[in-house]
Design a binder for this molecule. Structure first.
Ligand code: PHE
Ligand code: ZN
Length: 876
């Protein structure tokens, strides 16, 4: 069993650093195997630290070549060195300069943390603790320094040399074939925001003029020959800059802003100061290679990283427990940006689907943690849906509670008061308290404990008194018995048989919001002329689960008449979920599949062509994992799959004429140029949602239709939708389509990822074998995170029946992959393992199989801290 439990870092143990580093001068001589880094650090004792404390610099896998202090080489007795630390037991009690030379092998760096090479391009990744793999340093975000970086490389191998901040100087080193560039970043920053890039890259650029009249040179760097695929990302940078000025009054603060796309990257992208480095999946787009979803993701992630320039960089985090301070806030900001660029209702529904698919299960399982965790063994395992997505929901609730005006003013104050510092969640909330005079201490509870609150609600209409009262009760599963009630903003309205009841009133509802902040409450609404249907949690105003006794006919009234788009969609989802769960339990529901189909038919008749993107969402049934989350325990994924398949078939059959008519009405004349805008994407989404149901009702006709679409499609969205539909229909047509797709896109790694993913998600017995076979495919590589995520990640996280096979073969496949990956790239191995996060909610046979796979992983000698942490907590 485990011998080494990873040491735990605790929030309560925080103390300021004993030393500060004001300036860093780095000299990096790039070489594939023998890179030399010389760091000159201006160190001084921190007045807030312990006087006379030793200087302990962090390292990870480092080799020290030379060390001197104020220009004198240090006697061996004056320091201790190991790959993981450099210690001066008795450093001078005054400012001094430490010069450290280390040697790195970027080609051998498969962890993709620190300095590494991706397809020959030198790049860095330092969040959360990768800078210590470049040089010995105080690698903690509350140590902020001004950096000057000189980068040198062979000119032919790396004609482009980029650093943080502004370019200062560049030139050739005559007679050596080498050249250099010097970059200076005037803004003090933590080491995790350091970056450099060196390589052969194409550049597309433009100029942006800030609201204060400064010209900024924008550039996106991509692999040679792919410049034409960078235009959309560049445009998204410009729109992000303009939006942040308009919406939050935030302007950019350097002369240049660079984005670099690399193909080997552990995460989505990274907000390094002035030099954002991206997984190329979130930069490269052309109609033939990227789907509408890809375009939307590029827009969102470009915005996200750019917005970090204020929420994360100018104001950074004091320690990693405060991660949500930058991530939750920045997700909220990018969601608002995307909502302004696209349809707000449609975007909100997408946000909530993501939250429910990823964060709710996390919060209900063994990996649950507070939005601000109190302890961690491996910080890289805390870049979670809870920190990001629930973190964003907290910011949104804050805005709902205090109103838009006060929210904007509070944000201004937060940026002004914390600019240039490393802040905490308390600093954030304090800005809003100062602005509004409110006490937010009870609201702060949202950060403190795990678990999704539940709100049980029942409504009573009193016709005589013309009142409608809502009885509310909250519980906090998973939060611990000492947890207090949370502050829950409920945006609400009442709907009558013919539309909203606008005369209804309550003194406890302000601007449509009721604040529910006790265990129990009763809200009475007056002047209610007829028995209403309540529309609660409009726009999903709080990240909670709601148990409302409401019959399906009432929900269908909401689908028809609610003015809140989110709740119209939610009503249809609830009815569909009840139908499927009812069928699986052998219970009857008051509205059957036929009545639901009839309601959908009239909804489509009235609204489909007016808002196709929204209609596509209404037509998409709750996913298998949504249903599993609703059911909550003793889950049998095969039964869920069967119930969902059955409802798709019934709806497809009942709506056939309508669906074919919609497809015709939405089809584009041949030769229409592709546009990724939201309206065009919405039309494609509805056509393809229709195709899905058509194929469920009529597999033969559906296969022909899907195959025809694959051949006629003028863009990747439609081609891939055709292939995804076909993927559910076993047979030769399908296999031929897979083969020709692979041939057509043999030289397009990002498209091949889609091909791997679709096959990994096939809900059939043969899929485990297929995935094992694809792991041997020449285009598959364990060293490329996108490929691992596409094939094994899709299998583990998006194929519930096959991953959870009752014979355990799916768990074994994923466990084998985790173990094979762990030594090379523990972060990706650990991420893959989170697929086991809901194992306790399975029925007993599958639960037992999952547990033994987890135990096998944990018992493997030499396991990384990343995987040990996830396996240990999953079993814990
Ligand atoms: N900070 C990155 C973001 O914008 C995520 C990230 C974390 C990237 C760690 C790399 C490593 O969300
Ligand atoms: Zn982020």
């Amino acid at each position: 069993m485990r011998t080494d439990t990873p040491p735990t870092v605790r929030l309560e143990d925080y103390r300021p650093s004993d030393h500060l580093i004001d300036r860093v001068e780095l000299d990096v001589r790039l070489d594939p195997h023998d890179t030399r880094v010389t760091a000159r650090l201006a160190v001084r004792p921190n007045p807030a630290g312990r006087p006379g404390a030793p200087l302990i610099l962090d390292g990870d896998d480092l080799r020290l070549l030379a060390l001197d202090l104020d220009g004198q080489s240090l006697a061996p007795a004056a320091f201790r060195v190991a790959p993981s630390a450099l210690t001066l037991p008795e450093p001078p009690q005054r400012p001094f300069t430490l010069t450290i030379e280390t040697r790195l092998d970027p080609t051998a760096n498969t962890k993709l943390m620190g300095l590494y090479r991706s397809n020959g391009v030198y790049c860095t990744q330092c969040e959360a603790d990768g800078f210590r793999r470049i040089t010995y340093f105080l690698d903690r975000p509350d140590v902020m320094s001004i950096y000057t970086t000189r980068i040198e490389a062979e000119e032919a191998a790396a004609p482009v040399l980029l650093g943080n901040g502004n370019p200062v100087e560049a030139g050739r080193i005559e007679g050596t074939g080498r050249h250099f560039a010097v970059w200076h970043d005037p803004h003090p920053k933590p080491a995790y925001l350091f970056a450099l890039v060196g390589g052969r890259l194409d550049r597309v650029s433009s100029t942006f003029t800030t609201m204060d009249g400064r010209a900024v040179e924008l550039a996106v760097y991509v692999e040679p020959g792919k410049g034409d695929r960078a235009a959309y990302a560049l445009d998204a940078v410009e729109r992000s800059m303009a939006w942040d000025e308009r919406t939050f009054g935030r302007a950019y603060d350097l002369d240049v802003f660079n984005v670099v796309a690399v193909s080997d990257f552990n995460m989505g992208a990274m907000e390094n100061k002035g030099l954002n480095i991206f997984n190329d999946k979130y930069v490269l787009a052309s109609p033939d290679t990227a789907t509408d979803a890809d375009y939307a993701a590029i827009e969102a992630i470009i915005a996200h990283e750019y917005f970090h320039n204020w929420s994360g960089n100018r104001v950074t985090c004091r320690d990693w427990f405060q991660l949500c301070l930058k991530e939750g806030l920045t997700v909220f900001r990018d969601q608002e940006f995307s909502s302004d660029m696209r349809s707000r209702d449609v975007h909100r529904i997408g946000e909530v689907r993501t939250l429910r698919a990823r964060q709710f299960p996390e919060d209900a399982g063994p990996l649950a943690h507070p939005v601000r965790p109190k302890r961690y063994a491996e910080i890289n395992n805390f870049y979670t849906a809870t920190v990001y997505e629930k973190g964003a929901e907290i910011v949104r609730m804050l805005r709902t509670l205090i109103g838009e005006r006060a929210f904007r003013a509070g944000m201004d104050r937060y940026f002004a008061e914390n600019d240039g510092t490393a802040a905490t969640v308390e600093d954030f909330l304090r800005a809003f308290e100062a602005e509004t005079g409110r006490d937010l201490s009870r609201f702060a509870e949202w950060y403190e404990r795990p678990g999704t609150p539940r709100v049980a609600i029942s409504g009573h209409y009193d016709a005589g008194a013309q009142t409608y009262s809502l009885e509310l009760r909250q519980t906090r599963p998973g939060a611990g018995s000492d947890a207090p009630p949370v502050v829950i903003p409920i945006r609400l309205g009442l709907i009558g048989q013919d539309g909203p009841l606008d005369d209804a009133r309550s003194s406890r509802v302000t601007d449509g919001v009721f604040v529910f902040d006790r265990w129990d409450d009763v809200l009475t609404i007056e002047n209610v002329a007829t028995a209403p249907v309540p529309s609660l949690f409009r726009g999903f105003s709080a990240p909670v689960r709601v148990d409302m006794a409401m019959d399906d006919t009432e929900r269908l009234t909401l689908l028809r008449h609610d003015t809140d788009g989110f709740n119209r969609w939610e009503a249809a989802q609830r009815v569909a979920a009840r139908l499927m769960i009812g069928a699986l339990r052998g219970e009857a529901t008051e509205v059957g599949a036929d009545a639901f189909a009839a309601a959908l038919d009239s909804f489509l008749d009235a609204r489909a062509l007016a808002d196709p993107a929204f209609a596509a969402l209404v037509l998409s049934l709750p996913s298998e994992s949504d249903l599993a989350d609703d059911i909550g325990s003793e889950i049998d994924p095969d039964a869920i799959h069967a119930a969902r398949y059955d409802l798709r078939t019934r709806l497809g059959t009942a709506l056939t004429d309508r669906l074919h008519a919609l497809r015709d009405a939405l089809s584009e004349p041949a030769g229409t140029p592709f546009s990724p805008d939201a309206a065009s994407a919405g039309r494609r989404a509805l056509r393809n949602a229709a195709l899905d149901l058509i194929a469920a009702a009529d597999p033969t006709g559906g296969a022909a239709c899907a195959d025809a679409q694959i051949h006629s499609a003028g863009n990747m969205t439609d081609r891939l939708a055709g292939l995804s539909t076909l993927a559910l229909l076993p047979g030769e047509t399908r296999e031929a389509a897979f083969a020709s797709f692979a041939e057509r896109y043999a030289d397009e790694p990002l498209v091949l990822d889609k091909w791997f993913a679709i096959q990994a998600m096939i809900p059939e017995d043969g899929t485990v074998e297929r995935v094992r076979r694809l792991q041997e495919h020449p285009a598959f590589a364990m060293t490329n995170p996108n490929r691992v995520r596409a094939l094994v990640g899709s299998f583990a996280l998006a194929n519930p029946t096959q991953f959870n096979r009752s014979d355990g073969a799916g768990f074994t496949l994923v466990a084998d992959t985790v173990l094979a990956l762990d030594r090379a790239n523990p972060q990706i191995a650990a991420r893959l393992m989170t697929a086991f996060g809901s194992w306790r909610r399975l029925e007993p046979v599958r639960r037992g199989m999952a547990e033994s796979a987890l135990r096998r992983i944990l018992a493997t000698p030499g396991l990384s801290r990343d995987v040990t942490d996830i396996a240990g907590r999953s079993l814990g």
